[in-house]
Design a protein around this ligand. Structure first.
Ligand SMILES: Cc1ncc(COP(=O)(O)O)c(C=O)c1O
Length: 286
């Protein structure tokens, strides 16, 4: 099946989809993005992702190039054209094309591009059976991580470090030894007494849309939740750990820095939230 991309008002065959070399996204990382999961052909948590996109644009004083109704139509059309069943849609908006100059250009039209990916299965049987491992690394990012900016170099380096260490993700840790979040996911633990803990959202982490849904699901399941920072030491001693994102949902973590977490098997809270997310948010059997 031909693969399509969307670029500024046009659906183009994926190999021909391009933007200009003076696009500010290319030269300054002056742009924002969103990744919305697609489960059985339907977008998941779409409203939350669009709300966060509008917030990111607002924080950078960038304009939304199309109405929200049109944005929605384009997203649906691209998913339809590409026949996406299980995967995600990626959308990116930059401040547009202008002669290279740091200050905002006067008359640039924002660039809007979208691509999709079908992943087939969201996790391998081994990941679900055994969980994944993470390493911890220093958080070297800027101080506005709440903006979903395309400036992702520290995240790229962190993820590469994880892969080279045989791990799935790297948890970025602040100067006090507290876990901020992963390179493309939020971080969670379950303490020895069964309390689910995830960090509060502020300028120092991205307010994950999956995180917010998981919190609602945890509350309705009667799980005790604490929204607070947790240290690497606390994570090593946790009963369970997991990560969340629009493309991984709740993914159990069974090793941190090579140490087994809990009994070294995916824990019941991560499993339960993963199933609940599929059933309640995606409307699909898990
Ligand atoms: C740094 C970071 N934190 C958290 C997340 C999870 O956010 P969401 O659940 O909205 O995908 C992401 C997703 O890409 C991310 O890049």
């Amino acid at each position: 099946m031909a693969r399509w991309a969307y670029v500024n008002g046009r659906y183009l065959p994926h190999p021909q989809a391009r933007v200009h070399i003076e696009d500010r996204g290319f030269q300054f990382a002056d742009g924002v993005y969103e990744v919305v999961g697609v489960v059985e052909g339907r977008m998941v948590d779409r409203e939350g992702h669009i709300a966060r996109l509008l917030r990111s644009l607002g924080e950078l004083r960038m304009a939304m190039p199309v109405t929200l109704a049109v944005l929605d139509l384009i997203m649906r059309e691209l998913i339809r054209r590409n026949g996406v069943r299980n995967g995600h849609i990626y959308l990116q908006i930059t401040r547009g094309v202008a002669p290279r100059d740091f200050k905002f250009p006067k008359n640039a039209r924002p660039t809007l591009v979208m691509t999709t990916r079908d992943v087939g299965k969201f996790a391998t049987p081994a990941q679900l059976e055994n969980g994944v491992s993470v390493i911890t690394i220093p958080d070297i990012r800027w101080l506005r991580r709440d903006i979903k900016s395309v400036a992702l170099l520290p995240n790229v380096l962190g993820k590469q470090q994880a892969v080279e260490a045989g791990a799935f993700e790297a948890w970025q840790v602040d100067g006090d030894g507290m876990v901020n979040e992963g390179c493309s996911s939020n971080a969670w633990i379950v303490t020895a007494d069964g309390t689910l803990v995830t960090r509060q959202t502020d300028h120092l982490i991205l307010a994950g849309i999956t995180r917010a849904s998981m919190l609602t699901l945890a509350e309705s399941a009667g799980i005790k939740v604490e929204i607070r920072r947790f240290s690497v030491a606390e994570a090593y001693a946790a009963r369970e750990a997991f990560l969340s994102s629009a493309t991984t949902f709740a993914m159990p973590i069974t090793r941190i820095d090579g140490r087994a977490i809990g009994d070294g098997k995916p824990g019941p809270v991560a499993r339960r939230l993963r199933s609940a997310y599929f059933e309640v948010v995606c409307g699909q059997p898990s």
